[in-house]
Design a protein around this ligand. Sequence first.
Ligand code: TXA
Ligand code: MG
Length: 340
Amino acid sequence: HLVVDNHVDEQTFQDCVEKAARILRAEELVAFPTETVYGLGANGLSTRAVQKIFKAKGRPNDNPLILHIGSMAQLYPLIRGSLSFHAEKLIEHFWPGPLTLIFPASARVPSVVTGGLETVAVRMPAHRLAREIISKAGLPIAAPSANRSGKPSPTRVEHVKEDLDGRVAAIMDGGSTGYGLESTVVDVSGGEDSPRILRPGGITEEEMEETLGLSMSVERRDGTRGNVRAPGMKYRHYSPDTNVELVDGSYVVMQARIGEAKMEGKRVAAAITSDRVDKISADEILVLGDETDLQAISSHLYDHLRAVDKMDVDVLFVQTFTETGIGKAIMNRLYKAANR
Ligand code: TXA
Ligand code: MG
């Protein structure tokens, strides 16, 4: 596969971008880094190309995909009607970046992308390699996370290779992604209605409410209110094979739970922040990072969830975080990992 890290010279970088764009135009799959997680890209206007994504990932067909664009000019052909006031503000402030917006879809968007919905998800990524590939291809690129369905999303090229090597035409190596959790998904398809958060992510509710000057509604965790708005929510997601249990409270509670599990003869891993390292003993310790740096914790979370499956443990206890700011996205993914 193609290797593009941050250290290659400009000519090599451009050659790789050109190759990736050519593969995409030929309706084959390319995995590439974004600022959130690695994506598995295909020509988003081609049913044939997009079907290959579902096949490579083992993804259910009714789970719709995000179209990635490199410029605003690429947005208008994909959506129906004009931009709402809220959509315009969110775009102004947060694109390019880890924010996906749901719009009414134009007739040009294939139903294999929307999962048969009337709406389409669009995002303009901020990662340079992603932007250049999309622009060079001159196509909206459909891209879910580049993992096998049900695995944690890939934040390092090793994760992509683990899941998809031999199943895709090219894997672009861009090193570690930044945010480490998938984009925030916000539904702005309701015109001037208040936008709804369907999936928390790197752009926080607080930041968006500040920008919009209003309070936003948030989809319930189980996604069961009324009809299913974000179809992805109904699938088991982000789950390691190891049994994950979330533990609220102080290190004392965590150590007690570990003690009980040990009494039952289990091998135990604990995922904790650095301040607890001296206070907790378990068979395996995963250090999530500094408790005051939620950004760093989110950027390494999936790497830890993947690592635990390679340890021979029966259970992983994970400490919980306050659900404000990026803590909301972290807890959303942890709930899913724990199947709660
Ligand atoms: O950060 C990200 O968003 C990454 C990178 C690669 O861009 N992509 C990603 O894609 O996480 P995926 O397919 O793993 O998640 C897309 C989410 C799913 O929960 C899906 O159900 C939801 O967006 N979605 C897509 N189209 C939708 C629509 N029309 N209405 C509601 N939800 C939609
Ligand atoms: Mg995914």
